[in-house]
Design a protein around this ligand. Sequence first.
Ligand code: CU
Ligand code: CU
Length: 341
Amino acid sequence: MNMGAYFGLVCTFLSTISFIEAFEKQSFPIFMPNVQPQKPETYLCTPIRVDPTTKHYIVGFEPNASMDVAHHILMYGCSVPGRNEEVWNCGEMAAARQPGLKSASPCAKGSQVIYAWARDAPALDLPDGVAFEVGGNTAIQYIVLQVHYADVSSFEDGSTDNSGIILHYTETPQPKAAGVFLLGTNGWIPPLQTEYMESACTINEDKVINPFAFRTHTHSLGKIVSGYRVRRDHKGVDQWTLIGKKNPMRPQMFYPVANNITITKGDVLAARCTMVSNRARITKIGATNEDEMCNFYVMYWMEGSSPLNQKYCFTMGPPFYYWSRGKPWLNNIPDKDASSI
Ligand code: CU
Ligand code: CU
């Protein structure tokens, strides 16, 4: 064995040890409290309070769910939860209501999605050194688990459900903070047409973010949702770099980004949903199944501990706003690429 290889081995060994010693991971389960949804398309939420005296660092999410029972699960960080009860109805899409429970959105204030699970999704470990900071003086004082029960036939025999997520966390400060940025639109889709729902916003904070995962969300008319970083070159031509694109009819969880890029002050984040309507009526943006949504989530990490204050980018959508019309003025639009897989 030559000295180089030997040295390399020692180094690897030492850094492994110091990594293990660096922090101890703990687990915290957030499970449904043995609920028994009665109607298909029920969405239930259950909250936990995070310790307001100490910052906690979430470094991973481990699903405890099976696709036979739970259609999908979202985990929200909130400054105030939708309700102060153990369980409430929290369906976005005018979903079925579980009798005897109150209804509210997952968060009353400071809503941000920090994890999504759908069929086949494995555990998600954030990249090394990256954590969602919660509790203490952060904006996330509660974590709310939302479970979508699409099919409730497994409950007919009286059984109950405790689907949920096991949080992996530590109290040891982590060098990089995770954050989520959400792009979306308002507007409507005309009958029997393909329509583009587009959003774009300039990042105006002097920080460098590193996207590592993305998630798309539409209801039933979405064909492709794509997201880009747009950076203007010295000739004034916009260079579009793909963050990710997905057929939103695939499981709506976080997927790895298409390109490892950074985003900084002056860059534009842009997203498009290609919607195809075979309906004879207009479809508006809205919360019910009859309506549509166009959402693109970017999960990122950054050095330090304060993710972007800018968390949302919403435009008026069609027929008022398009990438080619309205601020920020964009050129070199990748029309084809943005609407094809
Ligand atoms: Cu679902
Ligand atoms: Cu929706």
